[in-house]
Design a protein around this ligand. Structure first.
Ligand code: FES
Length: 129
């Protein structure tokens, strides 16, 4: 039986609007990553896996937002997502959604918190609390 594990991401000061952090994790017992970002003041996270093909959103460029900074964009073929819902608003994969991951902010620190997500065993930076 899996249990929820809280994984530290970074301090809120480090996560400015338009920036993101990528955390390497296990998702449903497979290596994966999670993107965590701040958008219009809210902290949001998704599994870093495009709905179009099994690629990370930041696989080609070290970025997850489009040029406007208002939408998420996969760097492989350019599928655009609504940052709040994770839903594709491109013609390709229209309506398909990124997998949301719960975020918790506590005493100035940002965590992800999801029963499907576990820290990597050799990850000493992201403390499992
Ligand atoms: S893999 Fe993301 S748009 Fe094609």
């Amino acid at each position: 039986m899996s249990t929820k594990q809280r994984i530290w991401v970074c301090s809120i000061d480090r996560l400015k609007e338009g920036s993101y952090e990528r955390v390497e994790v296990e998702y449903a017992d497979e290596p994966s990553s999670v993107i965590v970002f701040r958008y219009q003041g809210d902290f949001l996270a998704y599994r870093n896996l495009c709905v179009h093909m099994p690629r990370r959103l930041d696989c080609e460029k070290d970025m997850i937002f489009d040029d406007t900074g208002q939408n998420l964009r996969c760097s492989m073929h350019g599928v655009i997502y609504d940052p709040v819902t994770g839903e594709s608003i491109s013609t390709i994969c229209e309506g398909d959604k990124l997998t949301p991951i719960k975020v918790e902010v506590n005493e100035g620190e940002v965590y992800i918190f999801d029963k499907r997500v576990k820290p990597l065993l050799d990850d000493s930076e992201h403390i499992n609390i």
